[in-house]
Write a protein that binds this ligand. Structure first.
Ligand code: SF4
Ligand code: SF4
Length: 204
C-alpha cells in the first residue's frame, strides 16, 4: 500500500461528510427562512451577506473540523491582499474581539463559515454594534428545527471520523456542541505560517 494512502483516503471521506453537513445546514437555514416568511404575522428576517455587527464581538462555538476547513479555504482560495488582512486580524486578536475572518465588513470565509454563524438568524432590525441579541431581544431570534439540526450533526460526526452508528447515536443525544470551542481559543499559529507561505508562493 502507498505510504500515507489511508490518511489521504480518510481526509477525502472527512471532506465528503463535511460538505454534506454544510449543504444540509444551508438547507435548514433556507427552510427556516421560508417557514418564517410564510407566516406573514412574523417580523422579517434581516440577516444577509455583508451585515456584520454580529461579527464584531462574537463568541463563536466552532468544531476543530470547521476550523481546519476554514484554514484550507483561506489558503487555497483567497487573494494575497485578503490573506494579509486576515493575518493582520489574527495578529491583532488580543486587542480586538472581532472575528479574524471579517475583512472590509464582509465575511471572507462565507462559504465555510461555521454552523453557529449559519444558524444565527435575527428578525425585525439588524443588530447594533456589540449588541447581544440573546439578552436584548431573544424573541427576535429565529428558532432552528432541532430534528433537522440532528441531521447536520450526524454528518459532522461522520466527518470527525465516528462510525455511522456512533454518529447517529451522538446526533440523537445532541452532543455536537460538546465538541466545539470558542473560535478565539484556537491556535492560529499554523494559519499564520500557511498564509505567509501562500503569499510568498503567489508573489514569486
Ligand atoms: S445576526 Fe445581526 S448583524 Fe448578523 S447578519 Fe443577522 S442582523 Fe446582521
Ligand atoms: S466566520 Fe464570518 S460570519 Fe462568522 S463571525 Fe466570522 S466573519 Fe462573521
Amino acid at each position: 500500500m502507498k505510504k500515507g494512502g489511508n490518511k489521504d483516503n480518510s481526509s477525502k471521506i472527512s471532506q465528503f461528510w463535511l460538505k454534506k453537513a454544510i449543504l444540509e445546514a444551508d438547507k435548514i437555514t433556507e427552510r427556516s427562512v421560508s417557514r418564517h416568511k410564510t407566516n406573514t404575522e412574523l417580523p422579517e428576517i434581516v440577516c444577509k451577506r455583508g451585515c456584520y455587527a454580529c461579527c464584531l464581538n462574537p463568541i463563536i462555538p466552532i468544531l476543530e473540523i470547521e476550523f481546519t476547513a476554514i484554514q484550507n479555504f483561506i489558503c487555497e482560495s483567497l487573494d494575497p491582499d485578503t490573506l494579509r488582512r486576515i493575518m493582520a486580524n489574527v495578529l491583532g486578536m488580543e486587542n480586538n474581539p472581532k472575528c479574524p475572518f471579517l475583512v472590509e465588513k464582509e465575511c471572507a470565509v462565507y462559504e465555510y463559515r461555521p454552523l453557529a454563524c449559519r444558524h444565527f438568524l435575527v428578525t425585525s432590525q439588524p443588530c447594533d454594534k456589540y449588541e447581544d441579541v440573546f439578552k436584548t431581544r431573544p424573541h427576535d431570534l429565529v428558532p432552528i428545527n432541532k430534528d433537522e439540526c440532528r441531521i447536520v450533526a450526524k454528518f459532522m460526526f461522520r466527518a470527525m471520523g465516528f462510525s455511522k452508528q456512533k454518529s447517529n447515536m451522538k446526533a440523537k443525544r445532541s452532543e455536537l456542541m460538546e465538541y466545539t470551542s470558542p473560535l478565539h481559543e484556537f491556535n492560529f499559529r499554523n494559519l499564520i505560517v500557511k498564509i505567509l507561505k501562500r503569499v510568498r508562493a503567489m508573489e514569486d
